[in-house]
Design a protein around this ligand. Structure first.
Ligand code: ADP
Length: 481
């Protein structure tokens, strides 16, 4: 298949959709990167049926054999890192170096879960009757609907599909519209290595194609990453029909800077967390809370460093941040900057202006000073390169401010004081707490997920993924003598 006309992969074949949609470069919307064929509700039903038909044989193949196929897929993908990275960068605008890192991560995720196929699962548990052999088995949930966003177009589909597959599930992926070409390129690379129907891809808008997928009676579980509003919709539809669901949603991730912090490291990692990928990570730094005694010194360095960042074409090596993904996202981020100006005055750096030479959806890295913890820009997820700087009286105040949002995904604290670090680890309401590390950049072999409105119950990634993608069967085996 020409990856520039992305189609739907259903039951082991490329299938045309109901309409052809142009994908434009966010760096220059006059450039058409490719087209995708949008699926109909009917095609979604076909994909789910193909996944259902294939599931039992896929499970019966055995985890070791499934792992071997995942290893093969990893090696094929490893040979295409550069092409995948370039396509992702052109399609959704992240700098090429970051896209390359993400493509490599997709390979590593496949390798990690390939290895899971040969590792022990389940437990042997003593029974009251010593003759009884009591143990647990992990069985697949069945058909998994995978709904993904555009911000990690390679890694997120992989960190959901790879564990689903290794534990014996079949999948139907519905990627975000803004990452359809990249998703199709992943399928073009690896899907035909798997038996027909094991991996399926349906392309198109969330409210049509995504909605049909979450409502399909034969979809046993839905794993979703995206906005809080859509997550709530996924949860209610799945709960109503008794399907399992897993949600990864927003963040309003704080960096806390305490007086004994290494300010240079704190500045560099706050900048990286806030502005790489133009702030479009669910783990991006969006609030920086600094204790009073170092506030001015930290702020000056943060602003000076931010002024050095190169905003530009994502394919150019010196670019630190590219455009945001789309026109609607651009309008949304600009609206938050206007709100920030009303709430906190002119930003210290950045704002609504962008260099005239940049035609696309660019937003300059923007920092607002002395933002109130209750301000809109300190409470709502912006998903763009915008930081709210806040002053705290002491560590308790800093932790209190950090916890005062509906979200709880990632939080960083910068300090050299072990006691303060451990206090922050204990008191910060976040699924990921990072000491002298940026809020983003979590490792693939460790559990990933948040507290409060950021996530639903189960964690993704690492071995933790087994909780969502399997169900436990407890077996008691008694010989009658
Ligand atoms: P974002 O703000 O990151 O684009 P969304 O929640 O809108 O977040 O999108 C995340 C994913 O959810 C995308 O694949 C999108 O197409 C899909 N989606 C959007 N609306 C729905 C819906 N009503 N039902 C199912 N999936 C949806």
């Amino acid at each position: 298949m020409d990856s520039k006309v992305a189609k739907n992969w259903i039951g082991g074949e490329w299938v045309e959709g109901a309409s052809n949609v142009a994908v434009r470069s966010p760096a220059d919307p006059s450039e058409v990167v490719g087209h995708y064929q949008e699926a109909s509700a009917d095609l979604v039903a076909q994909a789910v049926a193909a996944a259902r038909t294939a599931q039992k044989a896929w499970w019966r193949l055995g985890a070791v054999n499934r792992g071997n196929l995942l290893y093969q897929a990893a090696e094929v993908l490893a040979g295409q890192v550069e092409d995948l990275a370039r396509l992702a960068s052109r399609e959704m605008g992240k700098p090429l170096a970051e896209a390359r890192g993400e493509a490599l991560r997709a390979v590593q995720i496949l390798r990690f879960y390939a290895g899971e196929g040969a590792r022990a699962v389940g437990e042997v548990i003593p029974a009251a009757n010593p003759d009884v052999f009591q143990y647990t088995r992990r069985e697949p949930v069945g058909v998994v609907g995978v709904i993904t966003p555009w911000n990690f177009p390679l890694a997120i589909p992989m960190w959901k599909m790879a564990p689903a597959l290794i534990y014996g599930n079949t999948v139907v992926l519905k990627p975000a519209e803004w990452s359809s070409l990249t998703a199709a390129a992943i399928f073009e690379a690896i899907a035909s290595l798997f038996p027909s129907g094991v991996m399926n891809l349906v392309l198109g808008a969330g409210r049509v194609v995504g909605d049909a997928l979450i409502r399909a009676p034969e979809v046993d579980a839905v794993t979703f990453t995206g906005s809080v509003a859509t997550g709530a919709q996924v949860a209610s539809v799945c709960a109503a029909r008794g399907a399992k669901y897993q949600l990864e949603m927003g963040g309003k991730n704080p960096v806390l800077v305490l007086p004994d912090a290494n300010l240079d490291a704190a500045v560099e990692l706050a900048v990286s967390g806030a502005f790489r990928s133009a702030g479009q990570k669910c783990t991006a730094t969006s609030r920086v809370i600094v204790e009073r005694s170092v506030y001015a010194a930290f702020r000056d360095r943060l602003v000076a460093r931010t002024r050095e960042l190169k905003l530009g074409n994502p394919l150019e090596p010196e670019t630190y941040l590219g455009p945001v993904v789309s026109e609607p996202q651009w309008q949304k981020v600009r609206h938050y900057i206007e709100t920030g100006m009303a709430e906190a005055g002119a930003p210290l750096v950045g704002g609504l202006e962008k260099p005239a030479s940049l035609a696309g959806y660019y937003v300059a890295p923007t920092i607002f000073d002395r933002v109130s913890p209750t301000a809109t820009i300190a409470q709502e997820e912006i998903f763009g390169p915008v930081v709210a700087l806040m002053e705290a009286e002491d560590v308790d105040d800093a932790i209190d401010i950090a916890n005062r949002t509906p979200f709880g995904l990632s939080a960083s604290v910068f300090t050299d004081n072990l006691s303060l670090a451990l206090k922050a680890v204990e008191e910060l309401q976040a699924g990921l707490v990072r000491v002298n590390e940026e809020t983003a950049g979590v490792e693939l072999q460790a559990p990933f997920g948040g507290m409060k409105a950021s996530s639903s119950h189960s964690r993704e990634q690492g071995r933790a993924a087994i909780e969502f993608f399997t169900t436990t069967k407890t077996v008691a085996l008694r010989p009658i003598r």
